[in-house]
Structures are given as C-alpha cells and as structure tokens.
Design a protein around this ligand. Structure first.
Ligand code: HEM
Ligand code: PLO
Length: 470
C-alpha cells in the first residue's frame, strides 16, 4: 500500500466540476495537435477530464508501447460513447465493442476469414487488380480535365470490400453506390468527433441535430445491409464460403447455442468492415497523391523504380513488393506524417494497473496520440519533412522503426492491416506505373493540414492525370 501511495500522480489539466477540463480545451485546434502542444507544457503524459471521465493522454512512444503492447490486455477495453453505441447497436461490432470473451471470438472469426481470402489464396490480389484495371480506365477516360480523385478512388476501394464482404460490385452510376457514399460521409462527419453528446451523455434527452443526422444515416445503412444479409441467408450453402458474410454465417452456426454471435453481430461486423475498408484506404491514397504533388522528385523516383524493376509491359503484382522498396517507403512515410487515425480509438483500463511510474485505476480512459509519436523529434530527424528515404537503410532495403505504428499494436491492432497494405501497394503501383500526377494549371497545391474527424482527411483538391503508357 505504501508503495502505491508514494507513486506520483499524472499531471492533470485544471478542472472544473461537471464541465471537466473542457473549458481549457475550447480551442479550434484538432485534438491530436492540441494534445501534442499540451504535452510540451505538461509533459508527454498528462491527464484531463472529458466531461465526467478521467482520461490519460499518452504522447510518447515509451508509454504508447506500454499501453498497446506490454500491458496491452490490461488496456484493451473501449469506452461506451453515445454515438458509437448507436453505430454498433450497443457494441455488437469489433472496433467499438468493450473487451469480452464474445468480442474475442468474434474478432478471431473475422481475422480468420480475412486470412482465408487474403494471404492464403490469390483471390484478394485478383479482386484488387480487377478494380485497379477499372480505376485506371476510369482515370484515362477523364484525363483531359483537372480531377477530384475522391469519387473514382472511393468506387475502387468500395468495390474491393464489397466483393470481399458481399460478392457484389457497383457501376459508377449505381444509385446504391451514391447512397453508400452519402451515409458514409454523414457518419464520418458526426461520429465520435468529441461531439457534445459523447462528452455529456445526458444530453441525449435533448433533440440534437447531429444525432438526428447520424441516426438517419444509420437507418439507410441498416436497410441496405439487412437486405444483403437476407439475400445471403436465402442462398447460403455450407459447402461454399463465397465471402465474409458467408464466413460469419458459418461461424454463427458452428459456435453452438451458448453465448454466441447474433444476427446483429453479423450485420454490425459487415457494416464495420465495409466502412473501415472504404474510408481508411481511400484517405491514405488521397494523402499520398497530395504529397506527391508537393514533392515531384519523390514521384520521379517512384517512376524510375517502377521502370527499372517492373517495366511497362506487365502490371505490378504482390510478388513485386520486395522489388519496390522506395514505393513502399513512400507509403510508410505517408502513414507516418498523416496517420488516418491520429489518436487511435480510445482505450480503457480493464483493471487497476500502471503506466510508467504511475498507477492507473480500472476504468481510466487512455488516448494514445500516435500523431505525436510520429512527429517526435527525439525519434525522427526533421519530423515535419516528407522524406520516404527515412524508411530505407544504407543498402536501399526497407526498415521500419518500432515507433512507427499507424495501425496501432497489441490486442486491439487493426484487423484490416494486411488487407490495407495489400490494397495500398497494388493501387499505388498500378496508378504510378500508368500515370503522372501534377497540379493543374492555375490550381493551388493541395492543403496538407487535414480535416480532423474519426479519420484525418485531406481537404478536397484537384489533380491533372497524364498517361505515361502509350
Ligand atoms: C482498428 C488503422 C484499414 C478494420 C484500427 C486502429 C487503427 C487502424 C489505428 C485502432 C487501434 C487501436 O485502437 O489501438 C488503420 C489504417 C488503415 C486501416 C491506418 C489503412 C490505411 C482498415 C481496414 C479494415 C480495418 C481496410 C477492414 C477491412 C479495423 C477494425 C478495427 C481497426 C475492425 C478495430 C480493432 C479492434 O478494436 O479490436 N485501424 N486501419 N482497418 N481497424 Fe483499421
Ligand atoms: C467509417 C464510416 C462508416 O459508415 C462506419 C465506420 C465504421 C468503422 C470505423 C470507420 C467508420 C472509420 C475508421 C475506423 C473504423 C473502425 C476502425 C477505423 C474508426 C466510422 C480506424 C481507423 O480506427
């Protein structure tokens, strides 16, 4: 007991009853930037009250590693937030569900299904290559005018997850595709942005415009996905697993009748893979092109590497990954400098534990500020500079420092990491083998600041797409 009492407490931001530390946070700055700045003032580990919730913010790699890896299991909980509870029907998904044995077997099932479609077979590669072919054709057809890449990239990545989850794809003009785009952007804009309802759960008794919009988007999503689930159940054949939905139905049926995966779990998982699969990958590709417009010398070097190691007579494949270290390093540098999830998803201590020399009580919320880890001058030279070569060793081989964690780590690491890396490699290599991207005449360079939400997105920009292949 004496040992515990003598442990120093974590520096805490000044707090007011009820309002928590919210008043000292009322600035326009996005949380990852604000926390990084407060870290300089209070030390890299500090605490604050978000509404009634005591929350610890971690800004350095040493403590991030403790939370995610060394004591990963003890910090593997998730808080209940009003908007994510609505999104996931009370945590029947993976990302926003609190730790439980059911969550664990549910997560394992999804992971196993990804492995089955992915690394084990070539199915995933051929799905992505089909979409990359169609994306390149799409861009060639529009190449004469300045383009906003959002729509074509979204369609390509939507079709990849759509094939994976439901075995179906969309044509550009499909009204259902536009409805997916619309509800997704509504959800991204309203969910978990530290919106007032998440901070003050009791506000839900008041009508609130944001919650209303979120509920409407969720209604549209649920209608669309329930239809897909119904169709799958009608044509389900235990002998043939067509896609993730079949794999979930199979897992549901084989897990016996104990506490098991319900139809709600199946629906929420499909919705989540669909949502996560689209928003993260398309955002990373948009960041990549934005940085290439700012750094044409990096684009030139990728073009050179592609010409030298692949040529122009065949398309890059997964087996070529080792031959294109500079392209892979560029993808890493993009995810370092603009992580799509700069403060990860909040973690919660599942039991009394510790962090560094401090004790942490069960129920403490922990925000891991990966932005600050990825911009820490003690870990990186010139962290604000875009330098893909930092991920290459002297012999030109790719290296990955331990403090580079765009997908998180430990028990809550991203389940889509392999899928995401595979898609990023194939889409970016196909696009750059075929095209040169540049700033359209009279247009400005893209703004690199980003717009913070549940994912950190670049502001809209236009680009000229010039074919390289005859
Ligand atoms: C969780 C990053 C793509 C599905 C996460 C987390 C991060 C992340 C940082 C949270 C880790 C934590 O809270 O500690 C990324 C990045 C991606 C990407 C950078 C692409 C560039 C994907 C894709 C999928 C996916 C393609 C699905 C197909 C998930 C799920 C979780 C998750 C289900 C929740 C895991 C859990 O809470 O147990 N991702 N992700 N992600 N991601 Fe991804
Ligand atoms: C994206 C919009 C969808 O309509 C719903 C959805 C589900 C899962 C979320 C995803 C959104 C955003 C990115 C998230 C993902 C789970 C893991 C991933 C938060 C909100 C990351 C990067 O952490």
């Amino acid at each position: 007991l004496r040992l515990r009492c003598s442990r120093p407490s974590i520096p805490c931001l000044p707090s007011l009853p009820l309002l928590g530390s919210l008043l000292s946070l009322s600035t326009d700055q996005a949380p990852h930037l604000l926390f990084t700045q407060l870290g300089h003032q209070y030390g890299s580990l500090f605490a604050l009250h978000v509404g009634p919730h005591y929350t610890v913010v971690v800004n350095d790699f040493k403590h991030a590693r403790e939370v995610l890896l060394q004591r990963g299991k003890e910090f593997a909980g998730r808080p209940k937030m009003m908007t994510t509870e609505l999104l996931s029907r009370g945590g029947k998904d993976i990302a926003f569900a609190d730790y439980s044995p059911l969550w664990k077997s549910h997560r394992r099932l999804v992971h196993a299904s990804f492995t089955m479609f992915g690394e084990g077979s070539n199915k995933l590669q051929s799905i992505v290559c089909d979409e990359a072919t169609s994306l390149c054709a799409d861009l060639s057809a529009q190449a004469s005018q300045p383009l906003d890449l959002r729509l074509p990239l979204m369609r390509a990545v939507t079709n990849v997850v759509c094939t994976l989850v439901f075995s179906s794809t969309y044509q550009p003009s499909d009204p259902e595709f536009h409805s997916v785009m619309e509800y997704n952007s509504g959800i991204v804009q309203t969910i978990a942005r530290g919106s007032m309802v998440d901070i003050f759960p009791w506000l839900k008794i008041f009508p609130n415009k944001e919650v209303k919009r979120l509920k409407e988007c969720i209604r549209v999503r649920d209608e669309l996905l329930s239809r897909k689930l119904r169709e799958h159940k009608e044509t389900y054949n235990p002998e043939e697993t067509r896609d993730l939905l079949d794999a979930l139905l199979k897992g549901q049926r084989s897990s016996g009748n104990g506490s098991s995966i319900t139809d709600d779990h199946v629906l929420m998982t499909a919705a989540e893979v669909f949502g996560a699969g689209v928003e993260t990958t398309s955002t990373t590709l948009l960041w990549m092109i934005a940085f290439l417009l700012h750094h044409p010398e990096v684009q030139d070097r990728i073009h050179q590497e592609l010409d030298e190691h692949i040529g122009r007579n065949r398309m890059p494949m997964l087996a070529d990954r080792g031959r294109l270290p500079y392209l892979e390093s560029t993808l890493c540098e993009v995810m370092r400098i603009r992580p799509v999830s700069p403060v990860l998803i909040p973690h919660v201590a599942l039991q009394d534990t510790s962090l560094g020399e401090h004790s942490i009580a069960k129920g403490t919320r922990v925000l891991v500020n990966m932005w600050s880890v990825h911009h820490d001058p003690q870990q990186w030279d010139d962290p604000e500079k875009f330098k893909p070569e930092r991920f290459l060793d002297a012999g030109g081989q790719r290296v990955s420092p331990p403090c580079f964690l765009p997908f998180g780590a430990g028990p809550r690491v991203c389940v889509g990491e392999c899928l995401a890396k595979l898609e990023l490699f194939l889409f970016s290599s196909w696009l750059l083998q075929r095209f040169t991207f540049s700033v359209p005449q009279e247009a400005l360079l893209p703004n690199l600041q980003g717009c913070f939400g549940v994912v950190l997105q670049p502001l809209a920009y236009t680009v000229s797409v010039l074919p390289r292949l005859g």
